[in-house]
Design a protein around this ligand. Structure first.
Ligand code: SF4
Length: 217
């Protein structure tokens, strides 16, 4: 089902997802992937084969740091991954951007479930349960400081603070989850705040609590 929808998207001319470009009929392979920024220098790229290689290619950033989330805007360049068929392409995309195809298809079909921030924070346990104390203003500020391409996240935010409280307008809240050519791209979608965002909420909530205590004297 996912492979079929991917094929339909390719047939419509879609050839980008996140920092990847999908190439067809390269060398002896039905598909190939490379970094968008490498698309005009294919002859210079280091060749890798098979979906499994996507795991290594997506783990470390250009500067060598570990990529904590696969939506991080830091995919390394200089390689091309050759894939024999559609199934291998789907597997490789799932390693580069886990669940992204399924989430996109669900959104296209109108069946995607989004979890708003207050619901997400309300479910936290252990040390993260303090994250729920963050103010609305603090959460809105964190969206500007943590999300969006300006903060190295390449996902479009679908959630709000709660069902009645949308995110304030900002570069992060406006970002559409694509890197150029939106009509030819599968957007990367954020349907619930990630662990990194929750951890930042906890820190900010603690700082707000301490500041309120200091103000009371
Ligand atoms: S909450 Fe979503 S949009 Fe924000 S940094 Fe995490 S993955 Fe990116």
């Amino acid at each position: 089902m996912i492979a079929e929808r991917l094929q339909q998207a390719l047939d419509r001319g879609i050839n980008r997802i996140g920092e990847l470009i999908i190439l067809r009929d390269v060398a002896d392979s039905a598909f190939a992937l490379c970094h968008i920024d490498d698309k005009d220098r294919l002859d210079e790229l280091e060749i890798h084969r098979g979906a499994g290689a996507a795991r290594d290619l997506s783990t470390w950033a250009e500067d060598g740091h570990y990529r904590f989330t696969k939506g991080e805007l830091s995919l390394k360049k200089g390689w091309m991954l050759l894939l024999t068929d559609l199934n291998e392409l789907r597997q490789a995309l799932d390693l580069f951007y886990p669940a992204a195809l399924g989430v996109w298809i669900a959104q296209e079909d109108g069946t995607l479930e989004v979890q708003h921030l207050r619901d997400k924070l309300g479910r936290q346990t252990g040390m993260y349960k303090f994250a729920k104390g963050i103010s609305d203003a603090g959460a809105q500020r964190l969206v500007r400081e943590v999300c969006g391409p300006g903060n190295c996240c390449v996902k479009k935010i679908l959630w709000q603070l709660d069902a009645d409280t949308p995110l304030e307008d900002s570069e992060a809240s406006r970002f559409d989850g694509t890197l150029g050519e939106p009509a030819r791209s599968i957007p990367l979608l954020c349907r619930e705040a990630c662990n990194h965002f929750v951890a930042e909420c906890r820190k900010a909530s603690k700082a707000e609590f301490e500041a309120a205590g200091a103000a009371k004297g």
